[in-house]
Ligand binder design. Sequence first.
Ligand code: PLP
Length: 346
Amino acid sequence: MKIIDLRSDTVTLPTPAMREAINAVDLGDDVYGEDPETNLLQEMAADMVGKEAALLVPSGTMGNLACVLTHCGRGEEVILGHRSHTFLNEAGGISALGGIPIHTVPNQEDGAILLEDIEAAIRAKNIHFPRTRLICLENTHNRCSGSPLSPEYTDSVAALAGRHGIKVHLDGARVFNAAVALGVDVKELTRSVDSLIFCLSKGLAAPIGSVICGTREFISEALRTRKLLGGGMRQTGIIAAAGVVALREMVSRLKEDHDNARNLAEGIARIPGLSVEGQWVKTNIVYFYLVSERLTADEFITRAAARGVRFLPTGPSRFRMVTHYGIVPEDIAETIEILSRVMKEK
Ligand SMILES: Cc1ncc(COP(=O)(O)O)c(C=O)c1O
């Protein structure tokens, strides 16, 4: 039976071109800065997002952690959306390992944080208060329907932060999805932030890796933080070779994932007993609800999986499907067909 795996865009397997590149790559020791492919990947990444320098890390989680630890000292506070990945899904690492308190503020449905909420969260100078050092944004916003944040919004947060002497970090795990969805150069989404990460191993389909980008000075500090976290790796050309292919070949095809996700959302919305979150799906993530009481959430997931469709529960009756490389329009049609059948079953 064919499995249509819509749990995440992290399940993507490397493309044939990536496998060839991995086989052919020249290697060196990256802790000595001597892995040529890693150096190439880092230059390409920095250039694409309009920053001075970049640094390969094993994962998005380590990337966000290394950036926050580089910006903040112990006891210095970070403002984070209450639905952000760094707050919810990174094991509290910035607090546990960095002694960095998190000040949560509400994410709106589109992933944005209201400027007035940020302003209100910034601490006044007072010996009783932690110092606010950093604001983090997430683009696209995973938990908020995969929504993209606009360049204008990002700039307005950066301007506010600048007025208060605070830095801005962007969790851009899927920032290329945001750029494609908005029809803008990714640089427009990154121009005003002080640091960002993006992931090679999600929609871009590389098997491993994320990249931190920022000023040369920030990256040389982040290099030290990466070492502290045990993220200094050796013959990373194996990872970088796939990453270079990802940046060269996989960004422009993200539109296919977005088209598939929109068709999927429209199909699910037509099935009695299911309802799609948000009025529109702009990127590759679809959240939906089971609103019928004919079956439980567990039964729904198990029956769909038995017919070959896999997806994740993200709440009592809330589910997530993510489209990605390897998922084609026929899979979308089949998924809709299978979900309709599951909803009609006794
Ligand atoms: C928005 C966002 N940030 C960061 C991460 C962490 O990436 P990784 O799984 O590579 O640690 C994820 C992973 O799904 C994510 O969705």
